[in-house]
Design a protein around this ligand. Sequence first.
Ligand code: ADP
Ligand code: 5SP
Length: 464
Amino acid sequence: MTPVAGIDSSTQSCKVVVCDAESGRVLRTGSSAHPAGTAVDPERWWDALVRAVDEAGGLDDVAAVSVGGQQHGMICLDDSGRVVREALLWNDTRSADAATHLVSDLGGPERWVDEVGVVPVAAITAAKLRWLADHEPHHADATAAVCLPHDWLTWRLRGSSDLAALTTDRSDASGTGYFSARTTTYRTDLLELALRGRSPHLPEVAEPDATVGRTASGAIVGPGAGDNAAAALGLVAEPGDCVVSLGTSGVVSAVTNTAPRDPGGLVAGFADATGRQLPLVCTLNGAPVLAATASSLGVDLSTFSELALSAEPGAGGLVLVPYLNGERSPNLPAASGSLHGITSDNFIPANVARAAVEGLLCSLVTCMEYILAQGTAVHRVILIGGGARSSAVQRIAPSLFGRPVTVPSAAEYVALGAARQAAWAYSATLPDWRSADRAEFTAPATPEVVDRYRDAAELTLTRR
Ligand SMILES: Nc1ncnc2c1ncn2[C@@H]1O[C@H](COP(=O)(O)OP(=O)(O)O)[C@@H](O)[C@H]1O
Ligand SMILES: O=C(CO)[C@@H](O)[C@H](O)COP(=O)(O)O
């Protein structure tokens, strides 16, 4: 048996799995929390990685390791390899105006879709760089290289401090706004447009099964991937599968052979981690919507789930629009959430809990509809991420998606996908880690609940 490791450096924590390279059987795991906030010193991510790796029994015996990471985060390095400022995360919305200006500087959304398949919003790295150029020009001047969270952690795992040795992969590069998933090329002209003429060094884009270096103990280091592409790899997702992730973000994505084209900017034309495409719609409000509602009701997550399941579909008429942190899909960075349809009869904890679950899922149903509108076939919905552990989410989801929903056995699919990539780099063959260990949920469709949500979402306050 040959152990390989996968690391998921996500928004809230770092998770590590050590697996058997041949079967994918999980041998050991570890995790460690990340600091809260949308601007974080990457050293804290490294600290969490070290703690999580220790908890998972270390990497001394593994043959290979890869890192999956939260996408888009802007890490600026000076010419000696030091971090110039805290990283700005995907969910930091200070770059919202910068995104609007950047889109119009190239000639509008159509141009961005034609050039890179992505229309920058606050989340996209290029918009963060434009913000940096306009608000912290001294930091922009000091930036000799720009990379993403998984690039930086991969570089650190290899013990490197040489900017020329930075690597990334096609999936994460495609979330920057200066890389085309269609042509697999950087667009340094767009990087310069974002940074008002500055052109820092960019990581080399490694092949999906490449060895980009070695750890101190000699393990192969794979190229890594963006977290959503790593999850698709861990799930062995194929065309026809629609992956819905309830992490800090809500994400709907699908593996396809053709790139999407959405001038509306909601469906991002990202790449997967095997050479295909990964059209993706991402919200700013995922599983934390459930935790926030549970906390406002003064209950834990398990009681919250029971409460939600004790209410009727439609929550007695309550509709929760979950834009608690502003929203990215639709692009309303200054929006706030709302609770509609309150009467003196229906305003009870069970209905509020149900409305939160339904509102969160309906926002992702509308995201899936944008993917479907690209001509992408969806045969089954696969639910993953921390929020997929909620029994209320599992049981209510099929009625809103209007399809059976598969919930794979509780596993860290981003870390598993990274481990599968590591096994690929080690053995030169992508192992088939398909698992039958999953639960299927069905329920009668309730399209009227989704319709009512759509009406309520139209009434959102878009300014705080
Ligand atoms: N049983 C549950 N019910 C509802 N939410 C849950 C449950 N278990 C975990 N979560 C939520 O999942 C989130 C963490 O999920 P995770 O996929 O690890 O996020 P991320 O990848 O963004 O770090 C937290 O917001 C947590 O509250
Ligand atoms: O911004 C995106 C995708 O475009 C997010 O999916 C981030 O990649 C964060 O993921 P989680 O930590 O919520 O899983």
